[in-house]
Design a binder for this molecule. Sequence first.
Ligand code: ASP
Length: 317
Amino acid sequence: MESQVQPKLIIHGGAGSSLHGKGGLEAVRRSLHTVIEEVYSLLLCGVTASEAVVHGCQMLEDNPRFNAGTGSVLQSDGQIRMSASLMDGASGRFSGVINISRVKNPIELAQFLQNSPDRVLSDFGSAELAREMQIPSYNALTDLRLQEWIQERQDNFKSAMAGVVAEPELVETSNAGRGTIGVVALDAYGRLAAGTSTGGKGFERIGRVSDSAMPAGNYATSNAGVSCTGIGEDIIDECLAPRIVVRVTDGMSLKEAMQRSFGEAHQNKRDLGAIALDASGAIAWGKTSEILLAAYHDGEKVGDTLEWTDNELIGYC
Ligand code: ASP
């Protein structure tokens, strides 16, 4: 296939309340920019949007700072259960795993399921699949996440969610935050894909299902792709990712679709964020929460949203 378009890439490391301290912000910036640079160079070499998304998600899952893969938050019973999904916009196919334990990269299972007749598996089925794929057992627990859970347990689980990023100087002490990861890519052939991976919102009931492995939180077609973060219940109630994608499909610009959708989410008092790309190469991000940890490559340069704290609901380029 002839390469026709300039690739675009946007990633996120969660949304929530403000990061404490500039040192932490620079560390998060370095983490996000490293992923952007590596994945963008793969896109320039001609990998597909889905391959780029999986690679980016793996890198973010492997970074203990973020709440996905290694560094996932613990649920109310002190266990880690992760969820991830991949949607290939070109094939229009969604796949994912819900509440899987003891694997390093949940996005790998979502990728495998792209070509399976059964494309979304829950806990027991995901564990069976990991066994069939001969994926080695892996403990995603980090000391920081354990300490965070022990602290919450002492406080009787009064926070609605776990810290946005696992960083001693950054871990939220009062206000809630999140740290799910997501990647949306437009490849050199004009194909879009979106992937999202999470440890959940933290301290949740056993069996709670995250938006990250539902189309509500991760959706792509040949027109647009979106990955969401924030309180999963709010994302599900807004049906945020398809809401934006369908608006673009029906003729709105990505900017208008984001403006409309985030205006509604704000009015409905939701706490969430999202990153998005469309087939024309437009890049956009939005939040109703205080901060969104996102970075992008527009073909010319790398940018990020880490110091975006004004009252605008969306940004774009
Ligand atoms: N959306 C995720 C969930 O509710 C959490 C997050 O984005 O950090 O499971």
